[in-house]
Design a protein around this ligand. Structure first.
Ligand SMILES: *Cc1c(COP(=O)(O)O)cnc(C)c1O
Length: 381
């Protein structure tokens, strides 16, 4: 059997909607399908304002522009994340202060944030790893006390909640990804959720290349022109049409993904009970949107062996982020603090194949292989 790590899932309507966009003769951005996607998110999650982007990377870059990040500003970001979380702020001259993960899960440790704050700190960017919420009450309290903005990198967190509040809708700004490896996809794609009202008007201008074109088309101004900085952050209608087909099927996609996650958990929890590996930890304040299933091995050597063993059985399991504070690009700027838990997840976390079409037979095959690996190595039955 050969099992990929990820396969894109199509609901069946994607090409029909793209065809419709083509037939309508409106291919550039901010057309009918873009508006349908915005309406979907604003209705379902009560986001105040949403703007589709061509990636989560773009939504993060928009956030950096909106917060007016300047040379020398400091931004606190977990080291265990994708480069874009950090790059977006580095592009505007920010100094990144990398924070450690929690001991029990890869999210930023709220108890270790306050010690990183200086008079130059402008924002805290949190990442809801695997779609599991960070402890937002603790983070919002710190931000309020020190007058900092909060950006949620919710790239993996579509349809996930913190105490009944949708992720991406809690901080000043939230960013989503519809990259083909996420739950809901459009190839490349993303979205900015603007939750702090003071950013709404400017977000639309930055999105439309620094012009007030959107206000013009709504008839709010009688001519449009260059009013601010900006870029071309909006996706074409072809992307939005594809995305809308996915959104219409969000519940079905999420239901199957949750079944897959639960099957992994049920079959592999014996390894956690025997203290051989750790499974994802979902705090009581968080929901599970079944973005990912991972194991945390005891050592990097054990993880390497496990990945190799599974590869031998045709199963593609992969590790994830390398600590950004140790990256070739940023290590020279890092202040030398050891980020123990971040490094541990970078060394020991392994992600298992996860996509909608994964069958129960394939899932059982993967679980059998993992159980066999540990019975061979650790003599369990
Ligand atoms: C996928 C991902 C991104 C980047 O998303 P793109 O849409 O590919 O730009 C950023 N942050 C996190 C945490 C991600 O998982």
């Amino acid at each position: 059997m050969k099992i990929d790590f990820n396969l894109p899932y199509l609901t069946g309507e994607e090409l029909n909607y793209i065809q419709k966009a083509v037939a309508d003769g409106k291919l550039s951005g901010n057309g009918l399908h873009t508006k349908k996607c915005h309406a979907f998110f604003e209705k379902r999650y009560h986001f105040k304002k949403t703007l589709l982007t061509t990636s989560c990377t773009d939504a993060l870059e928009m956030s950096s522009l909106l917060l007016n990040i300047q040379e020398g500003d400091e931004v606190i970001i977990p080291s265990f994340t994708f480069v874009s979380t950090s790059n977006a702020f580095v592009l505007r001259g920010a100094k990144i202060i990398f924070a450690d993960s929690s001991p029990t899960n890869p999210n930023i440790d709220p108890e270790r944030i306050e010690e990183l704050i200086t008079p130059k700190t402008k924002a805290i960017v949190v990442v809801h790893y695997a779609g599991v919420a960070c402890d937002m009450d603790a983070i919002l309290a710190i931000a309020l006390k020190h007058n900092l903005y909060v950006v949620e990198d919710a790239a993996q967190a579509v349809d996930s909640y913190y105490k009944e509040r949708p992720l991406g809708g809690i901080g000043d700004l939230g960013t989503f990804s519809f990259h083909e490896t996420k739950n809901i996809i459009s190839g490349e794609g993303g979205m900015l959720a603007v939750n702090n009202e003071k950013f709404i008007e400017r977000s639309e201008i930055i999105w439309e290349k620094g012009t007030n074109r959107s206000a013009f088309f709504r008839g709010e101004v009688d001519k449009y022109g260059w009013v601010d900085v900006g870029s071309s952050f909006l996706p074409s209608e072809l992307i939005a049409a594809f995305l809308y087909a996915q959104l219409e099927n969000l519940d079905a996609i999420q239901n199957r993904r949750k079944e897959i996650w639960q099957l992994y958990f049920n079959r592999l929890s014996t390894l956690q009970n025997m203290n051989l590996v750790k499974l994802p930890n979902i705090p009581s304040y968080a929901t599970n949107n079944a973005h990912m299933f991972y194991l945390v091995c005891k050592t990097i050597e054990e993880r390497t062996l496990l990945i190799k063993y599974l590869r031998g059985k045709g199963i593609h399991a992969v590790f994830h982020y390398l600590s950004l504070h140790k990256s070739p690009f940023y290590k020279k700027y890092h202040d030398g603090r050891v980020l123990q838990y971040c490094d541990q997840f970078a060394d020991c976390l392994v992600r298992l194949p996860f996509f909608f079409q994964l069958s129960n037979e394939q899932l059982n095959y993967i679980c059998d292989a993992i159980l066999k690996f540990y019975s061979k190595n650790k003599r369990i039955d």
